[in-house]
Design a protein around this ligand. Structure first.
Ligand code: G6P
Length: 485
């Protein structure tokens, strides 16, 4: 039987430990996990045939470590579990190393570079401490490469995910040249002049790391092309733009574009469950028959929530006829709370929301409902009820909310979409596309969306749904594995 290894920072499950020492397993959060869970299940097939899947991830707390210690040979068997039945190996990475690799390098540096998030108060500053953080990032990547090299059967395929693990493909190739390796970037890729903010050695290590893979996958043509632009500046690398290959140190990497959409059937089934239905009923009671502008995001700087709220405010100022007739549901659930920037960002979202409520709210009308706690069924309920969906990131690899919304909306929603989201490449024909920095344009576009006839909205929404479901996760993953053959 062939073997597929998946490697990602966050795994398909996580554990919690009760006072009596019992372990409870939960399905892990995040889009990557849902996407990969669907495909590892598909890869195995219902009859149990298909490849043997081992998922290597980091242990994210003491309970995960304990689960790994209790599992025979450290392999947690998920046979029959909703995550698709892979076995999971959780790596016990020393907490300090993990913190520096995940928070300082992956989320505070690489995430900022690829999403163009640096600004003057928080501009890059690569000093001795950044070098130490970098060493932890190397050690973290090496821990993954070691585990994959140890567990891989001869000739196995390894699918390494995202910016946390940019160095692992090359490290794995050095340890196990017999394997076939794909690296996939779920984020945008920075243009060379922005990528060049990284110290030369770190930038080169990242490119060389990914070039250790046989196939490097990106969500859109634009991000793939930016990666090739960066490779063109890498000493010793030869880029063939027509063939979309990069040759370096005698090894050739194929660069591919694999768009990721949603599994419409599974998503609709989940959104028809009782917990979602109850929340939809509750929301409807709260807002009445008013039109709903909905947004659902992690509270993440790249999601541009503050400018989105500012646009809603400008809509109410410039088009007072909407006062009392529209409600904005803004669900911004917590993310990466260990980082000061994220905590401060949540506070600024809350301040802006309070300003809007104080300025326009009346005894009979709440203009804005902001929720900053995580409630997945409530998010699905909001998407079902949306008349307008606002997705306005500064920059985003794909943005699956832009695809989930049209699939779930009951009356057909108008999609106001940032041109900087990867999804715009597939949805721009029927979305109303905005420049995410242009608050006034976003406000006017919300106005246009609210005025759109039901008929136009539902026709556009039907086409958006077709586009959104054209590339379900299992196709996305199967294509990457096929690219290795
Ligand atoms: C988003 C990104 C992924 C990334 C994930 C990590 O979903 O699109 O590229 O892997 O965040 O999130 P985390 O909560 O684990 O930091």
């Amino acid at each position: 039987m062939s073997q597929v290894l998946v490697a990602s920072n966050r795994g398909p499950v996580s554990f919690s430990l009760s006072d009596d020492g019992g372990l409870t397993m939960r399905r892990g959060g995040g889009g990557l996990v849902s996407g990969l869970a669907a495909v590892t299940g598909a890869a195995r097939g219902t009859s149990g045939e298909g490849p043997d899947v081992l998922w290597v991830c980091a242990a994210l707390g003491e309970a995960d470590r304990e689960a790994a210690r209790r599992a025979p040979d450290g392999r947690i068997d998920l046979a029959g579990h909703e995550t698709g039945g892979a076995a999971v190996r959780m790596l016990d990475i020393p907490p300090g190393t993990f913190h520096r690799a995940y928070n300082a390098v992956a989320n505070s540096t690489l995430w900022f570079v690829h999403h163009l998030l640096y600004d003057t108060p928080r501009s890059p500053h690569f000093d001795a401490r950044a070098r130490r953080d970098w060493q932890s990032y190397e050690a973290y990547n090496a821990a993954f490469a070691d585990a994959l090299a140890r567990d891989a059967a001869p000739g196995a395929k390894a699918a390494i995910q995202d910016y946390h693990l940019s160095l692992a493909p090359r490290m794995l190739r050095e340890r196990r040249p017999d394997l076939r390796i794909v690296h996939f970037s779920h984020t945008p890729w920075a243009p060379p002049e922005y990528f060049g903010l990284l110290p030369d050695d770190m930038g080169a290590e990242i490119l060389l790391g990914i070039l250790g893979a046989d196939h490097a996958g990106f969500l859109t043509e634009r991000w793939a092309s930016a990666f090739l632009d960066c490779c063109e500046l890498l000493p010793g690398a030869r880029v063939d733009r027509a063939a979309r290959t990069v040759a370096c140190s005698g090894h050739v990497t194929q660069v591919g574009v694999h768009g990721l959409g949603v599994d419409g059937t599974a998503l609709r089934e989940r959104a028809a469950e009782q917990d979602v239905v109850e929340r939809a009923r509750g929301l409807r009671e709260q807002v009445g028959e008013r039109q709903l502008i909905v947004r659902v995001d992690r509270t993440e700087l790249s999601k541009n929530i503050v400018r989105g709220l500012a646009a809603y405010r400008e809509l109410l100022v410039n088009h007072p006829e909407w006062r009392g007739r529209v409600v904005h549901l803004a669900f911004a659930y917590p993310s990466r709370y260990d980082l000061t920037e994220y905590r401060e960002y949540t506070a600024s979202v809350q301040r802006m929301a309070k300003q809007i409520t104080d300025e326009f709210g009346t005894a009979a009308w709440d203009p804005l409902i902001l929720q900053v706690n995580d409630d997945y069924p409530r998010s699905l309920a909001a998407l079902r009820l949306a008349d307008v969906l606002l997705v306005n990131p500064i920059r985003d690899g794909m943005n699956l909310v832009a695809k989930e919304g049209p699939v779930l909306s009951e009356r057909g929603c108008a999609l106001v979409l940032s041109r900087e989201a990867g999804a715009a490449a597939e949805l721009s024909g029927d979305a109303l596309v905005v420049n995410p920095y242009d608050v006034s344009q976003t406000a006017e576009t919300l106005h246009r969306a609210l005025l759109m006839t039901r008929r136009e909205r539902s026709e556009r929404c039907a086409r958006l749904t077709t586009a959104a479901t054209a590339l379900p996760p299992r196709t996305w993953f199967a294509d990457q594995l096929a690219a290795l053959d």
